[in-house]
Ligand binder design. Structure first.
Ligand SMILES: [Zn+2]
Length: 231
């Protein structure tokens, strides 16, 4: 723990720099997302984004990832360069000179194809129009009609795993592979399917959910096989 005066000043300065770029202060957080997404979230929408973090996500690991994204905690090269000027501010994947948080997670030319493939696969297996946009993918703000709640729950899992894949390779020179992401979705969705089957004996509703879930799981598994066969 720092007790020396200059050390404490250093920590205070570091905190200011990180907080200025992470938007941790809740008062500024909403306006940062407003600016980035080009829309003004109303109270209900913003509450939805916070509820997604606090209520929808049950897995602690996913909640942690979503919290860090919402608060922009992941430190991008541009931010690290401001803290430690000797560090390179450019993107390790595409060499863009000022790699911001948004660049690393969403805008990098190496990340865009990954997101595109993820969204195309989800659209194909669900038969729903292609999901798109930073609001859906980064904030988890799906339109969530009750009729399709199992489908959205599957999307929640799949998109969280896409964000996890990117953040796990945050400073890597290469972007995540959609094929690897598919395997992760199958692995996690299978685990969830097993949990649903344990619950379904007690409820007709649970049986319906389990059936829909397994259909999506089968489709994404076969989608992977089709891609492999065509290669
Ligand atoms: Zn880049």
């Amino acid at each position: 723990m720092y007790t020396h005066g200059s050390g404490r000043r250093t920590i205070t300065w570091l905190n200011k720099v990180v907080l200025a770029h992470s938007g941790r202060q809740l008062t500024g957080l909403r306006s940062i997302w407003d600016d980035k997404t080009g829309r003004a979230f109303n109270e209900k929408e913003w509450s939805g984004a916070l509820a997604y973090l606090n209520k929808v996500l049950r897995n602690a690991c996913f909640r942690y990832i979503q919290f860090n994204i919402l608060h922009r905690v992941y430190l991008a090269p541009q931010v690290l360069n401001k803290i430690f000027p000797g560090l390179d501010a450019s993107c390790p994947r595409c060499c863009y000179p000022t790699a911001s948080f948004w660049h690393m997670l969403w805008e990098c030319q190496e990340i865009i194809p990954f997101w595109r493939e993820v969204l195309i696969i989800l659209a194909n297996i669900s038969g729903r129009p292609q999901l798109d946009g930073i609001v859906v993918c980064l904030l988890g703000m799906f339109p969530r009609p009750k009729k399709f709640c199992t489908v959205w729950r599957f999307f929640d899992l799949a998109i969280l795993l896409a964000k996890r894949a990117i953040t796990m390779r945050w400073k890597s020179h290469t972007s995540p592979e959609a094929s690897q992401w598919k395997l992760e979705v199958i692995r996690w969705a299978t685990r969830e399917s097993n949990a649903l089957k344990l619950e379904e004996r007690r409820s007709v509703r649970k049986r319906q959910v389990s059936h829909i879930w397994d259909e999506l799981l089968n489709k994404i598994t076969k989608y992977g096989e089709v891609v492999t066969d065509s290669n």
